[in-house]
Design a protein around this ligand. Sequence first.
Ligand code: GDP
Length: 506
Amino acid sequence: MTSNRRTFAIISHPDAGKTTLTEKLLLQGGAIHLAGQVKARGAARRARSDWMKIEQQRGISVTSSVMTFERDGITFNLLDTPGHEDFSEDTYRTLTAVDSAIMVIDAAKGIEPQTRKLFEVCRLRSVPIITFVNKVDREGRSPFDTLDEVADALALDVCPMAWPVGLGGEFQGVLDFATGEIARPEGDSREFLGKRDKEPLPANIADEVELAQGGYPSFDLEAYRNGDLTPVYFGSALKNFGVAELINAIATFAPPPRPQPSSAGTIDPSNKEVTGFIFKVQANMDPMHRDRIAFMRLVSGTFKRGMKLTPSGSGKPVAIHSPILFFAQDREIADTAEPGDIIGIPNHGTLRVGDTLSETNKVRFTGLPNFAPEILRRVALKDPTKTKQLRKALDDLSEEGVIQVFYPEIGSAWIVGVVGQLQLEVLISRLEAEYKVEAGLEAAPFDTARWVKGLDAALKNFADFNMSNLAKDRDGDPVFLARSAWDVSYQQEKNPDLVFSATKER
Ligand code: GDP
């Protein structure tokens, strides 16, 4: 039996229309549960930690959440990735838990920096991508330019599946290539009200459509699923054009839950054993009580409430009595979950990002990377007697994936690394609120970091010459702290026997 689950994320640059599109997707499917509103009970609901305040003050969502909706018998799990420019490792890791992605592009702006970054993460894992060119109701660039840009900038085959009939003031609707029907704007707000027709196209548009259909590769399911080709839809999230087609595309083309690589070979969703991995830990409750929710992507088996699973980190089985199952129809705690679903597991810090959970504790999922930090800072303690607390805090917070920590071989100043500035603000406020540690951050003479791998002799030789740039990460693995990207390539050239990697799998 093929699964009716589609687990996906939306990747985009801020302002491209992700929020608007998400709303429309949820409206079209019967939205079941918005997990951003994960409920904490009683006092926990009132006591929010400082970094939740950051979220509120800045009007952004620091953490990802899960939204589930259903349509035509398909259950869609949409994992949200923070849309702010200051994105974090959470964003990256969320992409390890999806089977496909929608890339939203602003018709007037094309590929923007964050779209590109997130795309690269998808490519790393061959996550198939459906492209949605948004805002065609406004003046934009020619659809041909957008298609060519996606193809060139991302080195991806593009295949238009629809076409905007006129742009901006000339906008007449969106033509669906599959049906030949045009969805036209109606009413005062000129939104799509659900009527389609096959009226003949004006001559100039007919020519354009012929070019579009002839000038690009035709749709190839396998190429799409391998991440080599992206079907492209045009529409307007705001005016609700092209959204139904997009949902259909995910239902029809997007892969059902994919097998996951593990130390014991590839684990197929049809395996009976319940397995999954933690891709995110959210500590949004009472900071004094360390309540956390670990988000597990279910890989195989049918999860049942109350069952015992063993996390690879601690090795001690835990009974999961109150899982949060996001597809729960009635917002009650549901009883079962299928591969592709996300389960929220309340815990007190026993579950780490990257943990595998399983019944037998024999499987270890691979491919949950740490990413090379793009910002490195020295942690400066205000009260030197608090060294122990600081170390504990940095260890905890790196386990949770808030920051990465590096302990240099020489010197006593610990280094934290992040991919987004906001993570640093979260770090400082959580150090104070939860660990009573006052600390500041100072510039570090490093620009980036690489995990170094190789034979002992080669590593030792490298270390002899570069001790002041060497550190250990949370797990004790060697890390090269580099002054620049140039530094990295220089060392790579000089040390061909070593591998310098920008990601590390746990
Ligand atoms: P996000 O930052 O990617 O989540 O973007 P939003 O969904 O918040 O949209 C950013 C702005 O673009 C808002 O003002 C939206 O109303 C507007 N917008 C989104 N989609 C469309 C669209 O299809 N057409 C037009 N004209 N505006 C849109």
